[in-house]
Design a protein around this ligand. Structure first.
Ligand code: MLT
Length: 249
């Protein structure tokens, strides 16, 4: 199994992902929000790349059972139901709902990887569950870090490094690209506290100054969820083994 890490989505185009097994990471905060929403009973999450498109989809579809969620410059968008704090996606709010999610980097990274044969969503919150599943699949893996406006960001890369370590613990035959090795080194030198690492990161600092420090606590939670979000045909749902059987060849 060969593992590569893409440090930002900007260096590749959509077709790069065709026939690949891809994992998208946006620890602060999009992929943590997606895992939380599905864990708390949301029917599905629909990632979109523009606010206009989010508005259009929510107006017409899914029998009024939609919620618009996400952020622009970390803050809830006018006319949206929810922002981008994991705590907003509690079961009372999201149960049975289709959530249309627009975020500055995370939702766009997921849509960019839409041609992947398998597309999973990861953050610290579900890291062990994703690692165990990937080890079982035994495919080559592309880990796509959502980054920040096309730039590298530390928290996604540390999460990628931790995911790789976890996979290596259970798989013997793993080959790492240079970017994958660098992610492992970064994780190994990032200290014991995920929360402290997030606090010192550029995006963590921005969230703190915009009043979202509590979100860092939630985003730092490690492997507290077994939910593996899986993107297929425009929507993200919880992966179930049977899903493989329904996928076209
Ligand atoms: C993103 O997609 O860039 C993030 O989710 C931004 C945020 O922290 O809200």
């Amino acid at each position: 199994m060969k593992i590569n890490v893409l440090l930002s989505p900007h260096n590749v185009d959509e077709l790069y992902f065709s026939k690949k097994t891809t994992v998208v990471i946006d620890v602060l905060r999009a992929t943590t929000v997606i895992i939380t929403a599905l864990e708390n009973g949301a029917r599905e999450v629909i990632p979109v790349i523009s606010v206009d498109f989010a508005m259009k989809v929510s107006g017409n579809a899914f029998g009024g059972q939609t919620l618009l969620g996400g952020e622009r410059n970390t803050t809830k968008i006018e006319g949206f139901n929810l922002g981008n704090s994991p705590s907003e996606y509690n079961s009372e709010t999201v149960i049975g709902k289709s959530i249309i999610l627009y975020t500055s980097n995370g939702s766009k990274a997921i849509v960019k990887a839409k041609f992947s044969e398998n597309l999973f969503i990861c953050s610290f919150k579900n890291l062990k569950a994703v690692a165990a599943h990937l080890a079982k699949l035994n495919n080559d893996i592309e880990i796509l870090c959502a980054g920040s406006n096309g730039m590298f960001c530390i928290e996604d890369t540390v999460c990628a490094g931790k995911l790789i370590n976890e996979i290596c613990d259970v798989s013997n035959d793993v080959e790492l690209t240079d970017a994958a090795k660098a992610s492992v080194v970064l994780n190994d030198s990032s200290g014991d506290s995920i929360f402290e690492m997030l606090k010192k990161s550029e995006h963590g600092q921005k969230l703190i100054s915009n009043g979202f420090e509590d979100d860092l606590n939630e985003c730092a939670e490690f492997s507290v969820s077994d939910v593996i979000p899986f993107y297929y045909s425009g929507v993200i749902k919880i992966f179930k083994e049977e899903d493989n059987e329904f996928k076209p060849e």
